[in-house]
Design a protein around this ligand. Structure first.
Ligand code: 13P
Ligand code: SF4
Length: 303
């Protein structure tokens, strides 16, 4: 704790020196969320990156999030605590495969979940996050829509909008692990709890949800709900904000496996170090960044 206090003091000093802002996803370790200027889901953090006046953005999340920040704010320096923090789902689609699918459906619009590389975004008409996916699909006037890379979110959106999507077979290793059996057992154990679930979970698990939404939406729901007990079907880092907002409510994570190892690669020590050394920095080749930016900006404009 003494060491953490020193790290926090050093961080404050460095933040001023560098004119830096710290953005942290809700799946980050508590010690990072505690010191962030903004905590949020993928959408809110992308918005903050696009709007900030700071010269340096420190993005505490996984690689695609830092990349999206750099694409939206190309004149800023974007650094991350550890470049090994990737998202396996983002790696489940490659440019060659997507181009092949596009060639098979030449009139289709491509909608890409923000959990994807800059190269994939450059091949995309419009991005979305879990908080605006339904709105993004509804905003499109297209006969055919290619959806990459999350099949679970794709199924959810398909159900919600009634539109048929051409769905890529990617998924989040962490959310996809949660099963109907796990939830049935938790509901038996906590019969009064409401089950809140992220749409990256399997369709049959999402179908059991009393509420379905992005991390921000789940957190807001729990805060405002009359329920006092919840079974939580998303990554355990959200516990930080859930408990902060509602210290008198009970939160039971649906399994102990709802931990994204990639998100947990970052820690306070690495966060301080990256501001000290200004490394690693996110770099996106300009030709890729320009095209990818259009797809992100179109997303930000959907109301
Ligand atoms: P949201 O931030 O949109 O809730 O997405 C969750 C996620 O898996 C981010 O990697
Ligand atoms: Fe990727 Fe899933 Fe981890 Fe989010 S929680 S970064 S989607 S692996």
């Amino acid at each position: 704790e003494e060491q953490n206090r020193e790290l926090r003091e050093r961080l404050e000093q460095l933040k001023k020196e560098r004119n830096a802002i710290i953005l942290a996803h809700y799946y980050q370790r508590d010690e990072i969320q505690e010191v962030a200027d903004f905590r949020g889901d993928s959408f809110l953090l992308a918005q903050k990156a696009a709007e900030t006046d700071a010269e340096v953005i420190v993005f505490c999340g996984v690689h695609f999030m830092g990349e999206s920040a750099k694409i939206l704010a190309p004149n800023k320096t974007v650094i991350i605590p550890d470049e090994r923090a990737g998202c396996p789902m983002a790696d489940m689609v490659n440019v060659e495969g997507l181009r092949k699918l596009k060639a098979q459906h030449p009139n289709a619009k491509v909608v890409t979940y923000i959990n994807s590389s800059a190269e994939i975004k450059a091949e995309t008409d419009i991005c979305c996050t879990s908080s605006n996916a339904v709105k993004v699909i509804e905003s499109l006037d297209a006969e055919e829509i290619i959806w990459v890379p999350d099949k679970n979110l794709g199924h959810y959106v398909q159900e919600k909008t009634g539109k048929n999507l051409i769905i890529w077979e990617g998924y989040c290793n962490t959310h996809d692990m949660l099963t109907v059996k796990d939830v049935v057992e938790m509901k038996a154990k906590y019969p009064n709890a409401a089950f809140v679930v992220h749409p990256e979970c399997r369709p049959e698990v999402v179908a059991m949800g009393d509420f379905v939404g992005s991390t921000t939406a789940l957190i807001d729901y729990c805060k405002n709900s009359a329920h006092t007990e919840f079974i939580v079907g998303t990554e355990d880092g959200t516990g930080y904000q859930l408990r902060k907002d509602s210290p008198n409510k009970a939160f039971h994570f649906a399994t102990k496996y709802l931990v994204c190892p990639n998100m947990k690669v970052n820690n306070l020590k690495k966060l301080v170090k990256c501001l000290e050394t200004m490394q690693p920095q996110i770099y996106v080749p300009p030709q890729v960044a320009e095209r990818a930016k259009l797809s992100l900006e179109r997303m930000l404009q959907v109301k």
